[in-house]
Ligand binder design. Structure first.
Ligand SMILES: NC(=O)C1=CN([C@@H]2O[C@H](COP(=O)(O)OP(=O)(O)OC[C@H]3O[C@@H](n4cnc5c(N)ncnc54)[C@H](O)[C@@H]3O)[C@@H](O)[C@H]2O)C=CC1
Ligand SMILES: O=C(CO)COP(=O)(O)O
Length: 331
């Protein structure tokens, strides 16, 4: 079956998609792919542990159709795999990938131990596997509800990106293609850190003006970092950059924004993380991105402040002053 078959065609109806990861985003993508007519199977690390005894698998907030199987088995030869586990666990899941099947990595962040992006982790762990990333402004519950949305699929070659974007697209979920893997992955990683800053500002009562400044200056420092890492700053003006940054810094459903809100209201980092409905990738990505920026000599004051604040080397008041007391300069 061609991987890029357009949804609704006979080829799309026959595709076999494996979704690895049964959290909010994995189950939303499984539902989305099922709607395109594909045969969908979900791999979960330990599906039984999620179930009350004897019950059918129950995934976050929305049911999956009965013909979407959830298990801990990996089929030998699906047509396409979507990998949807948190970035810090990616390296432990990738060895399970069947040989030679293209995989789209749908996580957003930087692996802390290596300070690298998901596609770099894939190149390290499974160099023979063809890979791409999917990123953009997409709250899982809205994709699960079939509401309209758009995102980007990035792969090293544009022709691959176009094929895999077509493989995931539907009339309600529009996938654009890009060959700027660095820019797309950086956008998805940095927006989570900046959303923690935005949430913190709102939680501390610093106001909407402060949040707008954080979003705008956060985009500026992400663009500088993109250029230093070999990405295209223009990518940061797109869906995986500004699009996702705006959604995550203003959408109350964001776990990263909620994490910030709780911190701004005075909660400790551990309590704030424990109260979230799922992973807030920005917490582990903040220090990893800071390390990457320092290694390339790029100033990232907002990311640095979030990283230090999470590491408790800075109080909230000190974090606020550090950002406001920076020397004045041209925008
Ligand atoms: N929730 C959302 O709206 C969106 C999330 N994402 C990204 O998708 C990724 C996953 O996020 P969610 O599904 O929302 O998180 P989640 O917290 O809802 O679920 C994470 C899933 O990963 C599984 N998991 C954790 N450690 C594992 C391991 N070692 N091996 C196998 N599975 C493991 C958990 O059991 C859980 O099912 C993150 O990188 C997130 O930034 C991207 C777009 C939207
Ligand atoms: O990536 C997301 C939206 O695009 C989800 O954001 P959170 O992980 O902050 O909930």
């Amino acid at each position: 079956m061609p991987v890029g078959a357009t949804s609704g065609t006979a080829d799309a109806m026959n595709r076999h998609i494996l979704v690895m990861g049964a959290g909010a985003w994995g189950s939303a993508l499984a539902l989305h792919m099922h709607r395109t007519g594909a045969r969908v199977q979900v791999w979960a690390r330990n599906p039984a542990s999620r179930l009350p005894s004897g019950a059918m698998p129950r995934l976050p907030d929305w049911p999956l159709p009965a013909d979407v199987t959830v298990s801990d088995t990996i089929p030998a030869k699906p047509d396409l795999i979507l990998v949807v586990v948190p970035v810090q666990h990616l390296a432990s899941v990738l060895p399970l990938l069947p040989q030679g099947v293209p995989a789209i990595l749908c996580c957003k962040g930087v692996e802390r131990a290596s300070q690298t992006f998901p596609l770099d982790v894939m190149a390290r762990v499974r160099p023979e596997c063809p890979g791409a990333v999917l990123s953009g402004p997409n709250f899982a519950h809205e994709i699960a509800a079939g509401l309209p949305a758009a995102a980007v699929v990035a792969a090293p070659r544009m022709e691959q990106a176009l094929t895999w974007a077509a493989a995931v697209s539907s009339p309600t979920f529009r996938l654009y293609a890009s060959d700027d893997c660095t820019g797309v992955q950086l956008g998805g990683a940095a927006k989570n850190v900046i959303a923690i800053a935005a949430g913190t500002a709102m939680g501390a009562g610093l106001g909407e003006n402060a949040r707008a400044a954080l979003i705008t200056r956060g985009l500026a420092e992400t663009g500088r970092l993109a250029a230093a890492l070999g990405g295209q700053p223009a990518t940061l003006a797109g869906l995986a950059g500004m699009g996702d940054l705006v959604l995550t810094c203003t959408g109350v459903a964001s776990r990263n924004y909620q994490m910030g809100l709780a911190l701004g209201r005075g909660a400790g980092a551990e309590d704030a993380a424990a109260a979230l409905p799922g992973v807030a990738e920005g917490v582990t990505t903040a220090s990893a991105l800071l390390g990457l920026a320092r290694a390339h000599g790029v100033a990232v004051p907002i990311i640095e402040t979030v990283s230090d604040f999470l590491a408790k080397t800075l109080t909230l008041e000190e974090a606020r002053s550090r950002l406001l007391d920076r020397p004045l300069k041209a925008e």
